[in-house]
Design a protein around this ligand. Structure first.
Ligand code: NAD
Length: 271
């Protein structure tokens, strides 16, 4: 029996993945600050409540787990102290506890780790999955910090850590940028399964995107790990383009995040 801990399981991705990751021979253990009413514990579904910033909570949640999908965090730009506490300290809590149990760690990183990269600078295969940090926000920086911390634990303790630079994981792509950056929920589950099944990956960084016709990011590193996405945002293109915002930021990887006043999700007025 495999036990998979999912942190941040009540959020958007957690909800999309919960049923997709359930399978015979696996117990899902969900950890979040609170659980939705429709989620009921069963022998295959264990519910834990608490903060990933509490080392004792995380250590108990990891007890007996083979792997952890670490989704919990502040998922947009936010004030520095909050981002530092939840995204950096919380990720340390997960990595440090996992280094003591040997559980494989799948970190939810983000395209915003390299958000300031100009798309024009990407090679013909798209932005490589291990492109050096070019964070666009405190949020993006926190994801680079998590990746780097994961690399340190992999190097120092032999932990398997895969950092998933997720594009836009929603039920459907909602803007023009997402036609390039979409990660379909089914492909997100395929990515998690590939990361769990890969023999001794060590430390890796892979893009979490679908096989989008307009993709900006390389699929090579994911494919090397056994991730073969099947979905393509292109089937939504006509709808999305019909209601496209004229001022969407499309030249930088991070899109609209590159315009945020740091620590907030507001933008200065355009000149
Ligand atoms: N959805 C995307 O397109 C996308 C893109 C790039 C990266 N990511 C990353 O993937 C992860 C999941 O994204 P999401 O869209 O589901 O985010 P979300 O904001 O919908 O969900 C985050 C979840 O984390 C939980 N959480 C926050 N602080 C916590 C704490 N201290 N302890 C325990 N749980 C806590 C929240 O309660 C929430 O359920 C995030 O780390 C995000 O940064 C997501």
């Amino acid at each position: 029996m495999q036990r998979l801990l999912v942190t941040g399981s009540s959020g958007g991705m957690g909800r999309l993945l919960r049923e997709r990751l359930a399978r015979p021979g696996r117990v899902l253990r969900l950890l979040d600050l609170a659980h939705p009413d429709d989620v009921v514990a069963s022998p295959d579904l264990e519910l834990r409540t608490g903060s990933v910033t509490d080392p004792a909570v995380v250590a108990r949640a990891l007890d007996g787990a083979d792997a952890v999908l670490h989704l919990a965090g502040i998922s947009v730009e936010g004030p520095w102290p909050d981002v530092l506490d939840v995204n950096v300290h919380g990720t340390w809590c997960v990595l440090d506890a996992a280094s003591r149990t040997g559980a494989r760690v799948l970190l939810a990183s983000s395209n915003h780790a390299v958000g300031m990269l100009a798309r024009a600078d990407a090679g013909p295969q798209g932005v490589p999955a291990d492109a050096p940090p070019r964070p666009d926000t405190y949020y993006g920086w926190s994801k680079t910090a998590g990746e780097s911390l994961g690399r340190m634990y992999a190097d120092r303790t032999g932990l398997d850590v895969v950092a998933l630079r997720i594009g836009s994981c929603f039920a459907v792509p909602t803007n023009v940028r997402a036609l390039s950056t979409w990660l379909s929920p089914d492909d997100a589950a395929r990515l998690v399964e590939a990361c769990l099944a890969a023999p001794s990956p060590g430390f890796r960084t892979v893009w979490g995107i679908s096989r989008n016709t307009r993709r900006w990011f390389s699929l090579a590193e994911g494919e090397a790990l056994g991730y073969h996405p099947l979905d393509d945002a292109e089937r939504f293109a006509a709808d999305v383009l019909a209601r496209a915002e004229p001022d969407e930021v499309l030249d930088l990887v991070g899109g609209g995040f590159t315009e945020y006043v740091l620590g907030t999700t507001s933008r200065p007025p355009r000149p």
